[in-house]
Design a protein around this ligand. Structure first.
Ligand SMILES: Cc1cc2nc3c(=O)[nH]c(=O)nc-3n(C[C@H](O)[C@H](O)[C@H](O)COP(=O)(O)OP(=O)(O)OC[C@H]3O[C@@H](n4cnc5c(N)ncnc54)[C@H](O)[C@@H]3O)c2cc1C
Length: 307
């Protein structure tokens, strides 16, 4: 039997895993996808570094956790209020992944949680069952809601209706001279967000990188058609040099992180059985520093329980 099973290999689950390594506690991390990092991913192409998920962050956020990951000088200022990662946001999750020492089970979907005597049972979609003395669930609310159905139905019911806004993120790299005066037209279109990155670590000389949010669901179109529509609407004289389109059906949690929401989540956390933590941006804070801190705190909580 394992001491700890972590479900979900996004920033929250990875931070928990690295802290368990620091505490010399054995764990198994189960992740449904083939890669770790969750909603953080970056891609390099022809000198451009594009973010497929989280990209731009408040400068005033707590970044004090970066140096311990060897990321002392990892950010650049977009303007006085916002920062981004020089090597793409994935530099953060890559730094965590490099430190992992525990067992990793990728491409394994957890379907349900239960009890097996004094320990927890984690059932995978392929029929396998794992057992552990403690559990850290670091998966989004929609999936966690399913997992908790038999173990703690009250938690499941509270997570069942958790809603999300979808977003399609379009990254486009251009030669600077090919896209004059585009910014004003983008705001005229009412797109949910638009960032322009020109830092030399992210683009080749004389180039620029746009990150554009589109609320149109990608499954109803194709990346090529979406880029062609943007090109027509925004009157770009030339197509982009590089592009990357990513679709996130569960991007922005619809319950806003208000005081009432935080109280609801605190009440939900009190329903968790002993030896179990539920962490992630859907429950307790959206910022990257908060995700990291929640992962570390969950690992320490499990260590205390095991003692
Ligand atoms: C599109 C997008 C853009 C964002 N942009 C910003 C931004 O600009 N600024 C900012 O501050 N924040 C942003 N965020 C939020 C930020 O990315 C998150 O706070 C943080 O990355 C969440 O990490 P997490 O580990 O809590 O969740 P996730 O990254 O969602 O990780 C959860 C993991 O659980 C796995 N999982 C799910 N179900 C199962 C299952 N059944 N079995 C096993 N594994 C499972 C998933 O595959 C995933 O890897 C953005 C998020 C998204 C989605």
């Amino acid at each position: 039997m394992r001491d700890v099973i972590i479900i979900g290999g996004g920033l929250s689950g990875l931070a928990a895993a690295v802290e368990l390594d620091n505490l010399r506690i054995a764990y198994t991390l189960v992740e449904v996808k083939a890669r770790l990092g969750g909603s953080i991913s970056s891609r390099q192409q022809d000198g451009f570094i594009m973010d497929g998920g989280a990209s731009v962050f408040p400068a005033a956020a707590d970044w004090s956790f970066l140096p311990e990951l060897g990321l002392n000088d990892a950010l650049f200022e977009l303007d006085s209020r916002r920062v981004a990662f020089k090597d793409g946001t994935q530099a953060l999750t890559d730094a965590l992944v490099r430190r992992l020492k525990g067992d990793l089970m990728l491409r394994m979907a957890v379907s349900s949680l239960g009890r097996s005597g004094e320990s927890y049972a984690v059932c995978l979609e392929n029929g396998l069952m794992l057992t552990a003395r403690t559990l850290i669930v670091a998966a989004p609310a929609r999936y966690a809601g399913h997992m908790f159905r038999t173990l703690q139905p009250d938690i499941s019911l509270r997570l069942w209706d958790y809603g999300y806004d979808t977003i399609t993120r379009v990254s486009l790299g251009f030669r600077r001279a090919d896209v004059p005066l585009i910014e004003r037209r983008i705001w005229d279109m009412g797109l949910p967000f638009f960032y322009e990155l020109e830092h030399p670590s992210r683009v080749p000389p004389e180039s620029t990188l746009f990150h554009i949010g589109v609320r149109y669901p990608l499954p109803r179109t194709t990346p090529e058609a979406l880029i062609a529509t943007l090109q027509t609407e925004l009157e770009w004289p030339k197509p982009p040099l590089v592009s990357w389109v990513t679709y996130w059906p569960e991007a922005d949690p619809i319950p806003p992180h208000t005081a009432a929401f935080r109280e609801d989540m605190a009440a939900l956390m009190r329903l968790l059985p002993d030896g179990m933590a539920l962490i992630g941006s859907d429950y307790n804070g959206l910022g990257l520093g908060e995700r990291f801190a929640a992962g570390v705190a969950a690992a320490r909580q499990m260590a205390a329980f095991l003692r």
